[in-house]
Design a binder for this molecule. Structure first.
Ligand code: SF4
Length: 241
């Protein structure tokens, strides 16, 4: 892969790398401090994320889709909202640990509203912290702040659920073979890396740096290959219809 292609597909990482070079050239002491801080967070992530991935995989395999749909789906109503709030509030760990969990829940049928509630409660409401807050700032302060935070979370979750539709979130749908009606490529996400064309040249081609379908009829024996491409597409631009 040439450098320009790498920069194009890893814009954020490249930006951080350039910022580090600039920092080392202009303020080396701050650059060293910055590297130390980054290492601290990288090590923290390496300690936490494997556990989160294992737990997420266990829940994904062992908890039936119906249970997630009933507890957190679009029809779960207020009960689902409350359950999501409790789940987010009692969960431990930094907020980035919540993303794979939420993606798995979304994939299994949780609603956007409940996902926003879980993420927001996970980020700003920690039950043990409430006792600490009350100790230092008083019960009245803690209670009013907590109530307003809860109201804000529910209002925000409702607004996000109205604006953001599930189709715009790059999650792989769990479909049975008989439910698959073809392949969808979201061109706005495609970065033209050509991986799909390399893996299934009979089905994909690259035109104007975007993947296009050459053949819309999928043979059953090739479903597995398509699943592999859907997983591997770096932009998560391919999905089953
Ligand atoms: S659809 Fe995915 S794999 Fe295919 S070219 Fe676009 S980004 Fe690459």
């Amino acid at each position: 892969m040439n450098i320009m292609k790498f920069v194009k597909t890893n814009k954020l990482l490249s930006g951080v790398f350039i910022a580090y070079i600039f920092l080392f050239m202009t303020m080396p002491d701050k650059a060293v401090l910055s590297v130390k801080n980054s290492m601290y967070y990288i090590i923290e992530m390496l300690e936490i994320m494997p556990v989160i991935f294992v737990l997420t995989s266990i829940v994904e395999v062992w908890v039936p889709k119906e249970v997630i749909l009933k507890g957190f789906g679009d029809k779960s109503g207020i009960k689902g909202n409350v359950l999501s709030f409790v789940l987010g509030s009692v969960s431990a760990g930094p907020i980035y640990a919540a993303f794979p969990v939420c993606k798995m829940l979304l994939k299994k049928g949780a609603s956007i509203m409940n996902i926003v509630i879980i993420l927001s409660a996970w980020a700003v409401i920690k039950v043990p912290m409430l006792a600490n807050e009350a100790k230092f700032l008083g019960v009245k302060f803690m209670s009013i702040r907590w109530m307003l935070t809860v109201v804000s979370i529910f209002v925000m979750a409702y607004i996000v659920s109205v604006i953001v539709k599930k189709e715009s979130i790059p999650i792989d749908k769990e479909l049975k073979i008989e439910e698959i009606n073809g392949i969808d490529i979201r061109e706005q996400y495609c970065i033209g890396c050509g991986l799909c064309k390399k893996l299934l040249p009979d089905y994909f081609e690259i035109f104007n740096k975007k993947a296009k379908l050459k053949n819309t009829e999928i043979k059953n024996q090739e479903i597995g290959e398509f699943k592999r491409i859907i997983e591997k597409c770096p932009a998560k631009a391919i999905s089953f219809k």
